[in-house]
Design a protein around this ligand. Structure first.
Ligand code: NAD
Length: 390
């Protein structure tokens, strides 16, 4: 909830601060200015993970920039979308500015993405859906902003703070049971510390307490649905059949977790580049382990994905940290940390992780049209075309 408030505050400040700019035309008879106007009607299609936060990243900048909007939340998590519309009503937002449609992707999302009266579609979700939305939006040349998936590398050098790196590797992959687009599920660890590192990761993973939202001792929760849990399990089984070694997990929650779609924190070892385990997003609590011996190999492995959302590098050497972070083709890079983000800093993906950015300044620009107004204060005949006698 704090992150949602911070997001609205950030965009409110940007809206207050920016009233366009004057341009020096180099000619005293010309007044030139660039003003920013709302795009129009913005369609917003959001996923089920962090349902209100994902919506806030779109609602706040769209409203701050003066647009009207239609939100279509994920069919599994519509309630916070309904509640925030009530909040907008109670604040006196004029009727018709913020609108909500609920329903499935095919029947509610698809018509929104192709509707001729919608000027922009901002979508967060899977890459397959993103491609469909981009195709539908292209029919009427809508602006699009796509925040898609990730297969995010967590690169650990041998000189990293060992305990902090192991602890954050758990945080990277198992927070929210891995149902995080930026989850650091590809552990890429230097060969010389691999055995010790993975042994400790597995030991710690086996102590993670799963539980429901009302269980205060729970450290992570269930997956969103039985269907999603089965998808995660199928991903693990396919990875094992491909040659990966299951070090821990790989099964549903125990009897104490019967009420919920729990999946045990899972570590898959002996993974190499190109395997399904590192090319496909599982969107569950599954960390794969790859190794490297040189910095070049670490960078190549971390970049060997169609995605480019986020990643981390762990090292105590500032030179390594900066060289590697500048070469990783991902939209957010953490050095010696995993997961924090700031509303003031852009969020989004390189490559097939998306188009455009949310948050930061660019996350505001997505919702604005720039208009150049050029005024000639001394209109005159140009003299370019000949002037025939009357
Ligand atoms: P999804 O793509 O299945 O669904 C997302 C939304 O799209 C839902 O509201 C759904 O109803 C709608 N939708 C489905 N088909 C549609 C269609 N043909 N036309 C229009 N709308 C349609 O994704 P999901 O399973 O809800 O969420 C998980 C995915 O979201 C993961 O791939 C994850 O990486 C990604 N994600 C990305 C970010 C990010 O910031 N990059 C954040 C969260 C989630």
């Amino acid at each position: 909830m704090d992150d949602i408030i911070a997001c609205f505050t950030h965009f409110a400040k940007l809206a207050d601060a920016d009233a366009g700019r004057k341009v020096d035309a180099g000619d005293p008879t010309v007044r030139s200015q660039v003003v920013y106007e709302p795009v129009g009607v913005c369609g917003m299609i959001t996923p089920w993970n962090f349902p209100l936060l994902q919506a806030a990243w779109k609602l706040a900048p769209a409203l701050a920039a003066g647009n009207s909007l239609v939100l279509k939340p994920a069919e599994l998590t519509p309630h916070t979308g309904i509640l925030i519309m009530d909040v907008f009503d109670s604040l006196g937002l004029p009727p018709g500015v913020a609108n909500l449609v609920t329903g499935a992707g095919a029947t509610a999302g698809a018509p929104l993405s192709s509707h001729p009266d919608v000027d922009l579609i901002s979508f967060t979700g899977g890459v397959v859906t993103g491609r469909k939305i981009a195709a539908a939006a292209s029919e009427t040349v809508k602006k699009i902003a796509l925040e898609l998936g990730g297969k995010n590398p967590n690169v650990v050098f041998a000189d990293a703070d060992f305990d902090a790196a192991v602890d954050n590797a758990l945080n990277a992959g198992f927070t929210d049971s891995g149902q995080v687009c930026s989850a650091g599920v590809r552990l890429i660890v230097e060969e010389s510390i691999k055995t010790r590192f993975v042994d400790e990761l597995v030991r710690r993973a086996e102590h993670i307490r799963m539980g429901g939202p009302f269980d205060e001792s729970a450290e992570t929760g269930p997956l969103i649905s039985a269907e999603h849990r089965d998808k995660v399990h199928a991903y693990v089984e396919k990875s094992i059949s491909e040659g990966c070694t299951l070090r821990t997990g790989g099964h549903f929650g125990g009897p104490e977790h019967e009420k919920g779609y729990f999946y045990a924190p899972t570590v898959l070892d002996d993974v190499s580049r190109g395997m399904h385990a590192v090319t496909e997003e599982s969107f569950g609590p599954v960390i794969t382990v790859e190794t490297f011996t040189t910095e070049k190999e670490a960078i190549e492995t971390a970049n060997d994905t169609i995605y480019g959302l986020a990643g981390a590098v762990w090292t105590s050497d500032a030179g390594t940290a900066h060289r590697v972070s500048s070469r990783l083709r991902h939209g957010t890079i953490w050095i010696n940390d995993y997961h924090p983000y700031l509303p003031q800093a852009e969020w989004g993906g390189f490559k097939q992780s998306g188009i455009g950015r949310e948050l930061g300044i660019m996350g505001f620009e997505e919702y604005r049209e720039a208009k150049h107004i050029y005024e000639n204060t001394e209109p005159a005949v140009t003299g370019w075309f000949s002037m025939p006698e009357k």
